[in-house]
Structure formats: structure tokens, C-alpha cells
Design a protein around this ligand. Structure first.
Ligand SMILES: O=c1[nH]c(=O)c2[nH]c(=O)[nH]c2[nH]1
Length: 285
């Protein structure tokens, strides 16, 4: 039976980069974890062992550091576009390049209202994400987002009116905890965007919607958050949210003769509900 090469790509992952910008009186620092992918005609390499059109992944790694030194990019999005353009311009046999960047949210250390201009901290699990893909004839497609953002609501969340069959044991509730480890990615439209400012606006819209929503389900809150981001930021065309339901189960204290008016819970990691959706502006799919 004939055998053929199917979809393939290659690149370099987990290229870790820290860049310090030394201003007068204060520094700023970014930490990016960069991933490079090339797609294209690499048939001879995979099938025949001919490496003549293979840019070594080691060179890809060096390119990340060298371009970072030369670049004035103020956002991971802008740097990813520079990198993707560099790889597509310099590898004629590649049809497409993809750059993924995870960013660690370093911020200036502040203690007792004093900022310490050359010291930094980050206390979050949350990491920023960027994916830029570029084709030979097409403009870059820029998607940004975040992973691992813990969110918890202790009011205005219920879950009732759901389907019941003979295996349903879940009780209806109009007052429960809603916990999630949210992941988001949104697609930008337009040019000359201030990505850092837009990220702040999108994240603010998502968080305010999460906090203010009178939730009938995680599904409905997810949609309300996505809707708020799209309404507040015209520069994005769609947003994908993943919000696993990290159940906090009420502990039954009745065996100890105690009540439990929604105060003592057991937070659980697994199993968890899995809830995700893409929400888009009409006319853009
Ligand atoms: O917000 C929720 N959505 C569900 O689909 C679901 N299913 C479940 O058991 N609890 C919940 N909560």
C-alpha cells in the first residue's frame, strides 16, 4: 500500500527570553516564551533525509534573540509579527510561519506605596498568550489571550431548571460558588493597534462582566463576558473562552449537628465541568 507524508511542520519551542529596557530612573522587563513553526514544502527532508532546505531549529532560536536585540516592539504581538515576517521572508520554501508567545506578567515591585524601580515581581499563575500566523500572500492573523486565570464568585450564581433523568442527583441551587480557571483568546482586526492597551481593556471588560453577572450557569456567564469584550473593544472580531467549572461542593455538617449556610465548601479539581465557546461579531466567522 503506498504511503504518503501528510500534514507536517517543524520549529523550535520554549525559547525563553527576558528583555530589560533601561529607562532613566526605572527599568522595565518582559519575559517571553517563544515558539516558532514553519510549514511548507519539507517533503524531501521528511522522506529522503535531504536537509538542504531546512533552516536549523537552532538558527530559529538564535534569530529570536538577535531580533529581540534589534526590535523596538513594545508588545509580544508586535514582536511575533516581526519574527513571523522574518521567517517567511527568508525561507522561500515555507508557505507559512507561526509564532506563539507566552508572557510572564512581571511588574515593578511596590512596597508601602514606594515603587522600587529596578525590582520586579509576579504573583500570578496567569500568563498572556499570543499566536501570530502569516502566509506568503496574507496579512498576519493575530490572536491574543491568556491562560490559567483563577476566578471565583461567591454571590449571584445559581444553577437550576436543568434536565433531570433517573441518574440526576444534582440539587438545584440559586446560591453557589462559581470557580473557574479561565482561558481566553481573541482575534484582532485592523491595523496599527496598541496591543498592550487593548489587552487591558479586554481583560477589564471580561472581569467586570464576570463579577457583575447574575449567573444562571457558567455557560451564560461565559457568553456575557465574551459579549462585554466584543461590545467594549471594536478592534476584536471574535473571542473564545474556556471556563471549566471548578466545583466547590457544600460540606454536609448535619452529622455534627451543625448547619452550613453556604460557608464551608470543599474545592475540587476533578472531575470538572468543561465549558467553552467562541463568540463572534455577526458577519465575521
Ligand atoms: O453552570 C453549570 N453548567 C452546567 O452545565 C452544569 N452541570 C453541572 O453539573 N453543574 C453545572 N453548572
Amino acid at each position: 500500500m503506498p504511503i504518503e507524508l501528510g500534514a507536517n511542520r517543524y520549529g523550535k519551542s520554549r525559547v525563553r527570553l527576558m528583555k530589560v529596557t533601561r529607562g532613566d530612573g526605572a527599568h522595565s522587563v518582559v519575559e517571553w516564551n517563544v515558539e516558532v513553526w514553519l510549514r511548507g514544502d519539507f517533503h524531501e527532508c521528511f522522506v529522503d533525509g535531504d536537509n538542504s532546505r531546512i533552516l536549523p531549529t537552532d538558527t530559529m532560536k538564535n534569530t529570536v534573540y538577535s531580533l529581540a536585540r534589534a526590535s523596538a516592539a513594545a508588545s509580544p504581538e508586535a514582536f511575533a509579527v516581526e519574527l513571523a515576517s522574518h521567517f517567511i521572508d527568508n525561507n522561500p520554501h515555507a508557505d507559512g510561519a507561526e509564532i506563539r508567545i507566552q508572557s510572564t506578567p512581571w511588574k515593578q515591585l511596590g512596597v508601602n506605596d514606594a515603587t522600587l524601580p529596578y525590582s520586579f515581581t509576579h504573583d500570578a499563575n496567569k500568563i498572556g498568550t499570543v499566536v501570530v500566523t502569516i502566509g506568503r500572500e496574507s496579512a498576519p492573523v493575530i490572536t491574543s489571550g491568556f491562560e490559567k486565570l483563577w476566578l471565583l464568585k461567591t454571590a449571584n450564581s445559581g444553577f437550576a431548571g436543568f434536565m433531570k433523568d433517573r441518574l440526576t442527583t444534582l440539587k438545584e441551587t440559586h446560591d453557589r460558588l462559581l470557580g473557574t480557571l479561565a482561558e481566553a483568546s481573541w482575534l484582532y482586526t485592523g491595523e496599527s493597534l496598541d496591543f498592550n492597551a487593548l489587552r487591558r481593556r479586554i481583560e477589564a471588560a471580561l472581569l467586570i462582566a464576570f463579577a457583575e453577572h447574575d449567573s444562571l450557569s457558567v455557560q451564560q456567564t461565559l457568553y456575557a463576558m465574551a459579549e462585554a469584550a466584543l461590545e467594549n473593544v471594536p478592534e476584536i472580531a471574535q473571542i473564545h473562552l474556556s471556563m471549566p467549572n471548578k466545583h466547590c461542593n457544600l460540606v454536609d455538617l448535619s452529622p455534627f449537628g451543625q448547619d452550613n449556610p453556604n460557608e464551608i465548601f470543599v474545592p475540587t479539581d476533578e472531575p470538572h465541568g468543561s465549558i467553552e465557546a467562541t463568540v463572534f461579531r455577526q458577519g465575521v466567522k
